[in-house]
Design a protein around this ligand. Structure first.
Ligand code: GDP
Ligand code: MG
Length: 163
């Protein structure tokens, strides 16, 4: 069985930046099949010699959260259905939002492994503000800078180990 990792989260948290980083020079595939409301991007990646597929769920990323709440809900459901592992991304810049809480509520219904990622932790000074995300009632999150790649190794070590 192939391993499929979906990156979900509200607009602007940095999903596509991480997706592109994971793909590096590999080519992304745009799935425009009928029934898919917005383009979803698939790509191949590997870590420590383990191959996996990555899905970037954010083709709809425009404007504000509330207009796209329903769209986000659909995308989250599609990702949960299709993925074997889920990266749930938020960011320290904007902090924990109501939409984040709603997405997490939806994700928790699945039995799939969820990796909670706080993005835009570009330096150690963002580590302390990131602790606000414990309000979700979680034991662990990964801090990441998708822009620089820092933190991605620890995250991928754990994802690949759990396949
Ligand atoms: P998406 O809407 O979730 O796919 O988010 P994008 O990947 O398009 O990123 C949204 C914005 O955040 C862009 O301007 C990115 O350059 C920026 N961004 C993404 N990752 C990081 C990061 O780790 N640090 C900082 N400072 N900015 C980031
Ligand atoms: Mg995007």
């Amino acid at each position: 069985m192939s391993n499929i990792v979906a990156i979900v989260g509200r607009p602007n948290v940095g999903k596509s930046t991480l997706f592109n980083r994971l793909l590096e020079r590999r080519e992304a595939i745009v799935d425009s099949t009928a029934g898919v409301t917005r383009d979803r991007h698939y790509g191949k990646s590997d870590w420590n010699g383990v191959d996996f597929t990555v899905i970037d769920t954010g083709g709809y990323d425009v404007g504000t959260d509330d207009i796209f709440e329903e769209e986000i809900r659909k995308q989250v459901q599609l990702a949960v259905d299709e993925a074997t592992s889920i990266i749930f991304m938020m960011n320290v810049e904007e902090g924990l939002t109501d939409t984040d809480q709603e997405i997490y509520r939806l994700l928790r219904r699945s039995n799939k492994p969820i990796y909670i990622v706080i993005n835009k932790v570009d330096s150690s000074k963002e580590e302390l503000p990131a602790t606000e995300f414990y309000q979700l009632g979680i034991d662990k999150y990964y801090t990441l800078s998708s822009a620089t790649g820092s933190g991605t190794g620890d995250l991928l070590d754990d994802i690949v180990r759990d396949f």
